[in-house]
Design a protein around this ligand. Structure first.
Ligand SMILES: [Cu+2]
Length: 223
C-alpha cells in the first residue's frame, strides 16, 4: 500500500472507532510503525555462499499487531565484498512477514538492513562468514556415522572409515542426491572410501543394513 492508502486506512479505522465499532482483538492493524527481525539474524556461514536460513522481518503497528501488505526494502549496508540480498524488495504477507535470501560475500562480517518508507530505525541483521573446510572424516562405529553431519567446500574430500570391529556396514547414497557422488559399497567390516565432491548441495548417506536404526548421515558441500 502507498502512504496515502495507509492514511486512508487510518481514517477508516478512526471512523469505525468513533462509531463505537471497534472489535477488540479482531480490529484490523493500523499503519506499520516498526520492523522486527524474526528470522535469519546472526548466522555463521561460509564466504560467497547463500545463508541456509532466509532473513525475515515482521511489520507491526503501534500496538504490536502484524501488518500485511507493507513493502520492505532490503539492502546490504556493510562495505564492498559483502554479498547480496535477493529480492531487494518484498511485501509482508497475511501474517505481516517479509523475507529475502542473503548471500554472504568475501567479508567476515556482513550487515543487512530492512526498512519501509517512513521508518526511522531500519531493522538490522549481522551475518558472519569464514572459509569452509577442505576435508572431513567420518567414522563408521557403534552402528552410527560419526559425525553424522559434515561440511566441505567444492573440491574438498570426505573420507569414511570402517571402525566397528567385525560388524559390517555399507555406505549408500540417496538416489536423488546431486552427482557425482560416491558409488555404493557392499557390506564390509574394514576399509575406507575417499571422495572429492565437486557439486554444491546437501547429500544424504546411509548404511543399507542399519538405516532403520538411524545409521544415516549428511554431508553438505558449499562453494
Ligand atoms: Cu550398518
Amino acid at each position: 500500500m502507498t502512504r496515502r492508502q495507509w492514511a486512508r486506512w487510518g481514517v477508516l479505522v478512526g471512523i469505525l472507532w468513533a462509531s463505537g465499532c471497534n472489535g477488540g482483538g479482531t480490529q484490523p492493524p493500523g499503519p506499520p510503525t516498526d520492523l522486527v527481525p524474526t528470522g535469519g539474524d546472526r548466522q555463521n556461514w561460509f564466504f560467497n555462499n547463500p545463508l541456509p536460513t532466509v532473513l525475515s522481518v515482521t511489520a507491526v503497528d503501534i500496538d504490536g499487531r502484524a501488518v500485511p501488505g507493507v513493502i520492505v526494502t532490503w539492502a546490504v549496508t556493510s562495505s564492498s565484498g559483502s554479498g547480496a540480498v535477493s529480492p531487494t524488495q518484498s511485501t509482508t504477507n497475511a501474517i505481516g512477514v517479509a523475507t529475502t535470501t542473503d548471500s554472504v560475500g568475501s567479508s567476515t562480517t556482513q550487515t543487512v538492513s530492512a526498512t519501509f518508507s517512513g521508518l526511522v530505525s531500519p531493522a538490522s541483521f549481522s551475518e558472519f562468514a569464514t572459509t569452509p573446510p577442505t576435508s572431513a572424516a567420518v567414522s563408521l562405529e557403534n552402528f552410527a556415522f560419526n559425525p553424522k553431519n559434515s561440511l566441505v567446500q567444492t573440491g574438498g574430500t570426505v573420507t569414511w572409515t570402517w571402525n566397528d570391529g567385525t560388524a559390517v556396514h555399507t555406505l549408500n547414497f540417496n538416489a536423488t542426491d546431486p552427482t557425482p557422488r560416491p558409488a555404493d559399497t557392499p557390506p564390509q567390516a574394514t576399509g575406507s572410501v575417499t571422495f572429492t565432491f565437486t557439486t554444491v548441495g546437501t547429500y544424504s548417506f546411509f548404511c543399507a543394513i542399519h538405516q532403520a536404526q538411524g545409521m544415516t548421515g549428511q554431508p553438505t558441500v558449499v562453494h
